[in-house]
Design a protein around this ligand. Structure first.
Ligand code: FMN
Length: 329
């Protein structure tokens, strides 16, 4: 096996495969198994402030419907429920750090602005190697312009950066106007990494029962083209590291993202669809490809086909099929 080591967020990884935030990374046992199966690092399942709030509301609802509750009890409950979920998460970080050698990256998604810093501080104290800020939201509010969204993002980064020392990566959605400008601002705000992209839960319609249902939870490899385009266009324009996420399912998919300029690939769906042996298949494929092309390290070819280096920058920006595809059948 060639040297597949890479640096991500200032952390040394034995290979560029990071298991992304998901149900695959929500327990110490699973993380131990992922390390044994060859993962370079893991991002823990996100701690969702919204989930804490929902849990709290449910408990309070049950209590208030059963018997009279003193206001002090309600205050107490608010704190206890909130602390319970957070404590479990912090324990997961501490125990995972004791159990594995690979980097453990925590992940949070907050709704109220002050909680980003509170959770971040606690996570750093628990021993996480880095923190991924899961900033996914749908820009569906037509009263909220692009500037406002960017400003809110920059404020969160500034607050979190001001309160912790561990590296920070920002995981964003592809649905953003002026994406390159947005990423450049995020980079200038001093994050160590950017994750392109989170993939949303997708709604669907059940035509038999006439209700809204859940769409495909897992990605497919054709989705990697969008990730590849933006990784290649962002590469070279930012100082921070780039993690490619969405649609990377196999060895060729991994190699392409590295050629486009990614430091690492985060993978989730392929591990659900195949199994954890996919990690080794992907690193083996990378190593064999490096031998074939006489590359001794990833640094020798990373970013070689980014928009800036490919010699054909226009190809990355082409969106219309035009005459080349007129005869496509
Ligand atoms: C079952 C499942 C749970 C997920 N949970 C989270 C999460 O808690 N936080 C997060 O940032 N992303 C979460 N994701 C998104 C993944 O981390 C990843 O960004 C997305 O699935 C695209 O990568 P893929 O094409 O390799 O699946 C989840 C994805 C799946 C399929």
């Amino acid at each position: 096996m060639n040297d597949l080591s890479t640096n991500y967020l200032g952390l040394q990884l034995k290979n560029p495969i990071v298991v992304g935030s998901s149900g695959l990374t929500d327990s110490v046992e699973k993380i131990i198994h992922l390390e044994a199966m060859g993962a370079g690092a893991v991002v823990l399942k996100s701690l969702f402030e919204e989930e804490i709030i929902m849990d709290m509301e449910e408990t309070i609802y049950t209590m208030t419907n059963q018997h009279f509750v003193f206001p002090e009890t309600m205050d107490y409950m608010e704190t206890v429920v909130k602390e319970d979920i957070l404590t479990d998460y912090l324990e997961l970080i501490t125990e995972a750090k004791k159990a594995v050698k690979i980097p453990v990256i925590a992940s949070i998604n907050c709704v109220s602005s002050q909680k980003w810093t509170y959770f971040a501080k606690e996570i750093e104290k628990a021993g996480a190697d880095a923190l991924e800020l899961n900033l996914f939201f749908l820009p569906s509010d037509n009263r909220r312009g692009a500037r406002e969204i960017a400003d809110a993002t920059l404020e969160i980064i500034s607050k979190v950066k001001g309160s912790i020392r561990i590296p920070i990566a920002l995981k964003i959605s592809a649905f953003q106007s002026n994406l390159i400008g947005y990423v450049e601002q995020i980079d200038q705000a001093g994050v160590e990494g950017i994750v392109l992209f989170n993939r949303s839960w997708l709604p669907d319609i059940d035509i038999n029962h006439l209700v809204v249902s859940s769409g495909f939870v897992l990605s497919n490899p054709s989705e990697s083209g969008n990730t590849l385009r933006w990784v290649s266009m962002v590469s070279g324009r930012v100082n921070c590291d780039i993690a490619a996420s969405t649609g990377v399912h196999d060895g060729p998919g991994l190699i392409k993202q590295l050629l486009a300029g990614a430091q690492v690939c985060q993978i989730v769906s392929t591990l659900y669809i195949n199994d954890l042996s996919q990690i080794l298949k992907m690193t083996n494929a990378l190593s064999e490809w490096m031998t074939l092309h006489n590359f001794k390290s990833i640094g020798e070819f990373r970013g070689r086909l980014s928009q800036a280096n490919s010699g054909n920058p226009a190809a990355w920006e082409r969106v219309q099929f035009m005459k080349h595809f007129r005869d496509f059948v």
